[in-house]
Design a protein around this ligand. Structure first.
Ligand SMILES: Cc1cc2nc3c(=O)[nH]c(=O)nc-3n(C[C@H](O)[C@H](O)[C@H](O)COP(=O)(O)OP(=O)(O)OC[C@H]3O[C@@H](n4cnc5c(N)ncnc54)[C@H](O)[C@@H]3O)c2cc1C
Length: 342
């Protein structure tokens, strides 16, 4: 098939690589210019899954790992501290990973696409991999995004582990993700736009040198709230259709899982079965809606551990089942403590 992929982020690059390998004719259109193209992300994810995705795409994930986490320190309101045991959480060179996925692909930079872009009519299907922008699909009235920005910094060898500060009411968090060699991503997502932790960080580590300042909002509304997934022959994949874990704003692995489902559905018939795609996405990411409801209730100060016991159990059971995919230990007591403290 002749397929256009719009957006060369994590989903677009991986999908392009896999689909071209399967014999499809692929062309990618990316809005940013080649010189300024950069994955806006803190580059943290579980290696347990990325090893498999990389292998599927002919890459060796070991070549991209920057930092292997052991413990994540989490500062919580009222000076409480929790440590998460890390079981595979790493930072990796996402820029290089995406560039390598795109080797041999026809990738056109500087093409900002919209539904009126004429050249897209030459393709059997157009895949909207524009992430947060969702540029080719209709807006969803249930869309919910959290503003965020971050710095790529160097000269910060003092902290060599994952570190986060959780905000009261789960309204966001500050992160510090080490990238090795004294480099790190440091930033925050915050519904109230206070971004506590960022200026405090610069005051404490005044030797930190800023290499980049980047940002964009992160979508927290899950697939169930991001319908429709298509508009005629335009089909959404990745964050554009809400494949982000709402509690953490973590979208690398969910977007890649979404790509695999897309590829599977594409391979089942000579025409793409949108109904089947929708069904499979909603099933796979079904519990993300429970997690999203927990987050919104918490943000509104309405989460009650008795009243919302079923929701909380759904989140715990599903996260426990997918522990490897998160890259940190999931413990019921700890999850309760965290939610109570926030
Ligand atoms: C500050 C920040 C930190 C994050 N940190 C993490 C993290 O550590 N771990 C994690 O798992 N997730 C993280 N996320 C979320 C994660 O980055 C995204 O969910 C994930 O990258 C989504 O992948 P995607 O391919 O769907 O979209 P993206 O990776 O966002 O790619 C979309 C691409 O489409 C292009 N594009 C947009 N509009 C158009 C258009 N109209 N025409 C052509 N091209 C277009 C963009 O330039 C971009 O290259 C973070 C997000 C942010 C904002």
């Amino acid at each position: 098939m002749k397929l256009a992929i719009v957006g060369a982020g994590v989903a677009g690059s991986y999908l392009g690589n896999r689909l071209q390998d399967e014999g499809h004719q692929i062309e990618i259109f990316e809005s940013s210019r080649k010189e300024s193209h950069w994955p806006v992300c803190a580059w943290g994810a579980s290696k347990n899954m990325l090893e498999t995705f990389s292998k599927n795409a002919g890459l060796n994930f070991d070549n991209y790992v920057l930092h292997r986490g052991k413990k994540l320190r989490m500062d919580l309101p009222h000076e409480k501290i929790e440590y998460l045991d890390l079981k595979g959480l790493v930072t990796y060179d996402k820029y290089k990973w995406e560039q390598d996925l795109c080797q041999g692909l026809k990738l056109n930079y500087g093409f900002h696409c919209n539904p009126e872009s004429d050249f897209l009519s030459n393709f059997d299907y157009v895949i909207d991999c524009t992430g947060f922008h969702r540029s080719l699909l209709p807006r969803s009235p249930q869309d919910f995004i959290i503003p965020s920005y971050e710095f790529l910094v160097e000269n910060v060898s003092e902290i060599d582990e994952f570190y986060v500060i959780g905000y009261k009411g789960a309204r966001g968090y500050f992160w510090f993700f080490p990238l090795g060699d004294g480099r790190a991503y440091m930033g925050a997502g915050d519904i109230d736009r206070n971004y506590y932790g960022i200026s405090e960080f610069f005051k404490k580590y005044h030797q930190a040198k800023i290499l980049k300042k980047i940002g964009r909002p992160i979508r927290l509304s899950p697939p169930k709230r991001m319908l429709p997934f298509n508009n005629d022959n335009i089909i959404g994949v990745g964050e554009s259709i809400g494949c982000v874990f709402p509690l953490l704003g973590e979208g690398i692995i969910p977007s890649l899982i979404c790509c695999d489902i897309f590829i599977d559905v594409l391979n089942t018939d000579s025409t793409f079965d949108v109904g089947l795609y929708e069904k499979r996405i909603l099933k796979k990411f079904g519990y993300y809606d429970d997690v999203y409801r927990i987050v919104r209730l918490k943000m509104d100060g309405k989460l009650n551990s008795v009243k919302h016991f079923k929701l909380l159990m759904s989140m715990y059971r599903n996260m426990k089942r997918e522990e490897k995919r998160f890259g940190f230990g999931i413990d019921f007591e700890q999850m309760n403590r965290l939610l109570k403290a926030l």
